[in-house]
Design a protein around this ligand. Structure first.
Ligand SMILES: *Cc1c(COP(=O)(O)O)cnc(C)c1O
Length: 349
């Protein structure tokens, strides 16, 4: 028994959890602890957060999150270095994005310092679940949600910030074959597509499920205004390559501004590619030499094919691609194999 701190210390001694690291996909493996911090309308800051055993939480049936979807999530990873040290990848960006999202969803949000501190504590408490170097990552999932009773349509008066974590491996095993959805739209101008609101995801399940039933890996959405330009996937950003130019749709409000997307752009520039953030008409996809996706879960992945209105085009995948070159650089920074000149990683211990 003993305090949570003593238990954490004790857990740390058991170096690795009993996990078959090579079998990990992108699914929940329950870990030891989660972090919880509450906000009540009576005070103007979050309470002191606590680490508690991972488990179910209690919610009022009338809570804002359950009734009206007042909630946000984040996603980031902790990687183990060769020397067993642990690196967080750009957590400040996640903290900032949660703050932007909270503003859009009328929620109070943790400060950058509170967010980073909570992430660090969550990772350290679950250290034995951080996969060995090169065999996956600890995926960290912060949530922010309205938890007070909320019968009327209005912002909640109490909120919970919670972080849990799970070791993960590959997001998509095998080739990535995308279906361009031309009936269901993910995000409208003025909507919430640009923030990680929980309300953005289940509305696309129908399109995703239908595409998967037809053998596709995922869906690529078009802009809701014209239906002519590509925007992004269910949880990833998209890039097309032609010659020395890498193009990606501008993240101006309907597209989630991915941190991997931002990192890809910065790495591509340092590797000498020209990068354009602009409107990308669907026709250009048929003219591209390579297409690839980015997101925390999948990192960077080549797209093997895109199908739009019955027309299918295939792309180069594998070790000789630009996507692979970007992936190699990014993952080496994330796992501490090359010097992080960008200042993206934070070592914790
Ligand atoms: C989270 C997410 C991404 C990727 O963002 P990262 O910060 O790179 O993980 C892209 N699109 C959508 C819709 C997302 O939810």
């Amino acid at each position: 028994m003993g305090s949570i701190e003593q238990q954490v210390e004790c857990r740390e001694k058991a170096e690795y959890a009993n996990v078959n690291w090579d079998e990990l996909g992108f699914a929940l493996t329950k870990t030891d602890y989660m972090y919880v911090m509450n906000f009540s309308g009576d005070e103007d800051d979050f309470s002191q957060g606590i680490l508690t055993r991972f488990g179910n939480i209690e919610l009022c049936p009338s809570s804002g999150i359950l009734n009206y979807g007042q909630g946000l999530f984040e996603g980031l990873k902790a990687y183990r270095k060769e020397d067993e040290g642990i690196l967080l990848f750009r957590p400040v960006e996640n903290a900032l994005r949660m703050r932007m999202g909270a503003d859009r969803m009328c929620m109070p949000s943790p400060t950058i310092e509170q967010f980073i501190d909570a992430v660090k504590k969550t990772v350290l408490a679950n250290k034995r679940w951080v996969p060995p170097h090169g065999r996956g990552a600890l995926y960290i999932r912060p949530l922010l949600m309205g938890t007070s009773p909320n019968l009327g349509v209005k912002p909640a008066s109490e909120y919970t910030f919670l972080i849990y974590a799970s070791p993960v491996g590959n997001y998509h095993k095998g080739d990535m074959n995308l279906f361009v959805e031309d009936k269901v739209y993910r995000a409208a101008p003025g909507g919430t597509g640009g923030v990680k609101s929980v309300t953005n995801y289940s509305p696309i399940y129908k399109a995703l499920t239908q595409a998967k039933a037809k053998g596709f890996s995922d869906v690529l959405f078009l802009d809701a205004l014209t239906g002519k330009n590509i925007e992004e996937g269910s949880a990833f950003n998209i890039f097309i390559l032609k010659g020395n130019v890498i193009s990606t749709p501008t993240a101006y409000g309907t597209i989630l501004p991915g941190i991997t997307r931002k990192s890809v752009i910065e790495i591509a520039l340092t590797l000498g590619y020209q990068v354009e953030e602009r409107t990308v008409p669907i026709e250009e996809v048929f003219d591209a030499e390579e297409v690839f996706c980015s997101g925390t879960a999948m990192v960077i992945k080549s797209v093997a094919s895109i199908t739009y209105q019955g027309k299918r085009i295939e792309y180069k995948v594998g070790t000789e691609t630009v996507a692979q070159k970007l992936y190699a650089t990014l993952t080496r920074i994330q796992t501490g194999l090359i010097e992080d000149k960008m200042g993206w990683t934070i070592e914790i211990d």
